[in-house]
Design a protein around this ligand. Structure first.
Ligand code: TMP
Length: 206
């Protein structure tokens, strides 16, 4: 099963992704954890390129680069792990492109869907946790920024991002669980684990 975590900055998705992976391993599951941009040397190089200081890509160029790295990530890391029967937990995937470049950026949702169809040909997560957090709360959690150009963006962008993620969750209701990221992290982790276990069903061998 392919599980992804999504949300704006400060929502705590990396912490929750790690917590879920740990909890599943404790229950005897084999889990591969990975992230986007990243997950392969190509993806990590792209991460540096996209998030590095002074980079000025437009939303279309960002999406093209992200899908190029995503294709490599799927073919070399995600599909092989799934074929070995593992659970794959990925911090961000195509829904990030939908929300950041499609909704909050100026690319528009249709272009992202076109790229998704062309590049991934129907491949995608089985279950996605969309961590929803009011923008003011997210800002309070981000300590002053770290020079990363995404985190430095204006409040309006983060508002658009949140609306984008909520629209994504509404568009894919079977796959997406919109969860309240303002709650206590342990309580949220417990909610996420319950939902994941329900989807996963009983572990092989009991
Ligand atoms: P993070 O993984 O530390 O949250 O940061 C990755 C940044 O990259 C984040 O600001 C969102 C951005 N991003 C996109 O804009 N589009 C994408 O498709 C992905 C995967 C990430």
């Amino acid at each position: 099963m392919f599980i992804t975590f999504e949300g704006g900055e400060g929502a705590g998705k990396s912490t929750q992704a790690r917590a879920l992976a740990q909890a599943l391993r404790a229950r005897g599951r084999k889990v591969t954890t990975t992230r986007e941009p990243g997950g392969t040397p190509e993806g990590e190089a792209l991460r540096a390129l996209l998030l590095g200081p002074g980079s000025r890509w437009g939303a279309m160029e960002e999406a093209l680069l992200l899908f190029a790295a995503r294709r490599v990530h799927v073919e070399r890391v995600i599909r092989p792990a799934l074929a070995r029967g593992e659970v794959v937990v990925c911090d961000r995937f195509t829904d990030s492109t939908r929300a950041y470049q499609g909704h909050a950026g100026d690319l528009g949702p249709e272009a992202v869907e076109a790229l998704d169809r062309l590049v991934l040909q129907g491949f995608g997560p089985d279950l996605t946790f969309v961590l929803d957090l009011p923008v003011e709360a997210a800002f309070a959690r981000i300590h002053g920024g770290n020079g990363d150009r995404f985190e430095g963006r204006a409040l309006a962008f983060h508002e658009a991002l949140r609306r984008g993620y909520r629209a994504v969750a509404a568009s894919f209701p079977e796959r997406c669980a919109l969860v309240n990221a303002a709650q206590d992290p342990d309580a949220l982790a417990a909610e996420i684990l319950t939902l994941a276990l329900k989807r996963l069903g009983p572990a092989r061998g009991g």
